[in-house]
Design a protein around this ligand. Structure first.
Ligand SMILES: [Zn+2]
Length: 201
């Protein structure tokens, strides 16, 4: 019986630490940009920059900008080291200046990817994608990855050493414009102007 109780306790602690992602709130105009990118031929990757804010009794991560890291091909997208270094420099300087900033990585599976490799990739990761997600988790404790296809958004993370999809209704939300988020966004776009890989902020 004691063992049973201890097991339940461990499971609860585990759930608390491993299910503690905030809801990610994406504004409609960002969604429009992401879906438009997924209609192109070449895959892209980048990050959704968010700020964590209190909402009701909890917290939510409001996307305040999209940063493009790389443009790939119809088959894949890789980030070269120079772009990654620039992105890291950019993130560090922003995080020093603005509070509670974090990021969700994303990449697209485009209409052309799906036409060439099959409908499966409209909703699923490739083997390479999975390897990158495992690497991402090693570097960022709140690591999440968004797969964008012309038809859907899929948000992934790692739990118990396997990749799981976070149900969109629980962990993601689409919102119309938000004045607060817009004001942060305007300050950020000034900061980000020097980075030429920024296409929207
Ligand atoms: Zn992929």
């Amino acid at each position: 019986m004691l063992l049973f109780v201890i097991n339940i306790f461990i499971s609860l602690v585990y759930c608390y630490f491993y299910m503690a992602h905030n809801m990610l709130i994406i504004q409609k105009r960002d969604l429009t940009i992401l879906f438009a990118e997924a209609l192109n031929v070449n895959e892209i990757n980048g990050i959704l920059l968010y700020q964590t804010r209190e909402i009701g009794a909890g917290h939510a991560d409001f996307v305040v900008g999209i940063i493009l890291t790389s443009v790939g091909s119809v088959s894949s997208v890789e980030t070269d080291e120079a772009s990654l270094n620039r992105l890291n420099r950019c993130l560090t300087s922003l995080q020093n200046k603005y509070h509670n900033l974090g990021y969700v990585e994303f990449h697209t599976h485009t209409q052309a990817t799906i036409a060439r490799y099959g409908e499966f990739y409209a909703n699923n990761l490739s083997g390479d994608d999975k390897n990158k997600i495992f690497l991402g988790v090693e570097h960022y404790v709140d690591y999440r990855h968004l797969l964008v296809s012309p038809k859907a958004l899929h948000l992934f993370t790692v739990k118990r050493n396997s990749i799981v999809e976070l149900p969109w209704d629980d962990y993601g939300f689409i919102q119309d414009q938000n004045a607060d988020v817009d004001s942060l966004r305007s300050s950020l776009s000034v900061e980000l102007a020097e980075y030429d890989f920024v296409f929207e902020c």
